[in-house]
Design a protein around this ligand. Structure first.
Ligand code: NAD
Ligand code: TYD
Length: 350
């Protein structure tokens, strides 16, 4: 089988390729990635010389480039991760989110439609987020039937792309599946996101910026569990159907940060109090969703998937990964990253 994986140099895509490329030598994987700031080729070192792996530097907003890569590889399966993925960046500059997440997805769908509408031996698998459902109050869970109600330019662009993917199934018979997953954490996540940012700031004894009062709740899933879930849905899910993926692990941000301080302290032999003292409450994110939580009954009952990692096991592995991969860390924390930190946190902490 020939598989195009878009965004395979980003956090989740790279974990997905690292799991599958060595395990499935009979499949050929092509990573289609623009290599934005969020990509890191260092994340693909273990697989980049394997014979069943190729990389093509393609911007999915470039229709001709997308067509050319489909002509070259004629994929049976497209697993679509590529996106602008960070909520705070979408607030400060939404244009790239509209282009990549909506127009880029549209270009991929058009490439599929012109080649294999109604051919159920093929599949377009769209990787999406639970943020499309908006915010929960103190109770309740997102189900696959929950109405879309996105809050940020990021989640609105992902919601739009989900709708277009579903429309291609209903209108053109394109074989698609969609997964909507909660917050991921684990190795190789770009340190603009909460968990790696806090680990690395704690290691450097920098302030740990907590938005608002730290009372917002997220459901955290270890990244390899998400990758397993996607592959399971590709194998066992029904065409045209949506599956929610979650870790059954809701936590307030403040509790995530406290846990991280304790584990980083344990792993590095320092006093936890020193790291806990770095916490700093800063101006809240505009439109900050209060709570995300997933009802993952459908994927469990129809596909037999459940997460393997608990937060305790996953978060320790994550801290250990960042501690033992300092080269990867210094690669991503270069000039552009510093500019981002000044832009995003400059006004909040003053
Ligand atoms: P990421 O930001 O780490 O990586 C995104 C990748 O897409 C990068 O390699 C980047 O170079 C590539 N890319 C961006 N724009 C592109 C373009 N125009 N053309 C081609 N490639 C482009 O993102 P991630 O955290 O790995 O998320 C992957 C997918 O999973 C996204 O669709 C995201 O919405 C979804 N998702 C993420 C999470 C999470 O917690 N990170 C949770 C649920 C769903
Ligand atoms: P993030 O990792 O950006 O994921 P998302 O916004 O997609 O859920 O943020 C997770 C939570 O952590 C979210 O409630 C915002 C909060 N947060 C902070 O409190 N401080 C930070 O510096 C960051 C990046 C996030």
């Amino acid at each position: 089988m020939k598989v195009i994986v878009t965004g395979g140099a980003g956090f989740i895509g790279a974990n997905f390729l690292n799991q599958l490329v060595p395990a499935l030598p009979e499949h050929h994987f092509v990573n289609v990635d623009k290599l934005t700031y969020a990509a890191n080729l260092g994340s693909l070192q273990a697989i980049d010389s394997l014979p069943n792996y190729d990389l093509r530097r393609v911007d999915i907003t470039d229709r001709d480039a997308v067509d050319a890569v489909f002509e070259e590889f004629d994929p049976d399966l497209v697993v679509h991760f590529a996106a602008e993925s960070h909520v705070d960046r979408s607030i400060l500059g939404p244009r790239e989110f509209i282009r990549t997440n909506i127009e880029g997805t549209f270009n991929l769908l058009e490439a599929c439609r012109s080649r294999w509408s109604r051919d159920d031996s093929r599949l377009f698998h769209h990787v999406s987020t639970d943020e499309v459902y908006g915010s929960l109050g103190d109770t309740g869970l997102f189900e696959e039937t929950t109405a879309y109600d996105p809050s940020s330019p990021y989640s609105a662009s992902k919601a739009a792309s989900d709708h277009i993917v579903r429309a291609y199934h209903r209108t053109y018979g394109l074989p698609i599946k969609i997964t909507n997953c909660s917050n991921n954490y684990g190795p190789m996540q770009f340190p603009e996101k909460l968990i790696p940012l806090m680990i690395l700031n704690a290691l450097e004894r920098k302030a740990l910026p907590i938005y608002g009062q730290g009372l917002n709740v997220r459901d955290w899933l270890y990244v390899t569990d998400h990758c397993d879930a996607i592959w399971t849905v590709i194998q066992k899910g029904s065409v045209g159907r949506t599956y929610n993926i979650g870790g059954n692990n809701e936590m307030r941000n403040i509790d995530v940060v406290d846990t991280l301080c304790k584990i980083v302290a344990e792993e590095t032999g320092v006093d936890p109090g020193e790291l806990l003292g770095l916490k700093q409450f800063v101006t809240d994110r505009p439109g900050h969703d209060l709570r995300y939580a997933i009802d993952a009954t459908r994927i469990k009952e129809e596909c037999g998937w459940e997460p393997k990692e608990t937060f305790d096991t996953g978060i320790r592995k994550t801290v250990q990964w960042y501690l033992s991969n300092q080269d990867w860390v210094s690669d991503v924390r270069s000039g552009d990253y510093r500019k981002w930190m000044d832009l995003n946190y400059g006004d909040r902490t003053g």
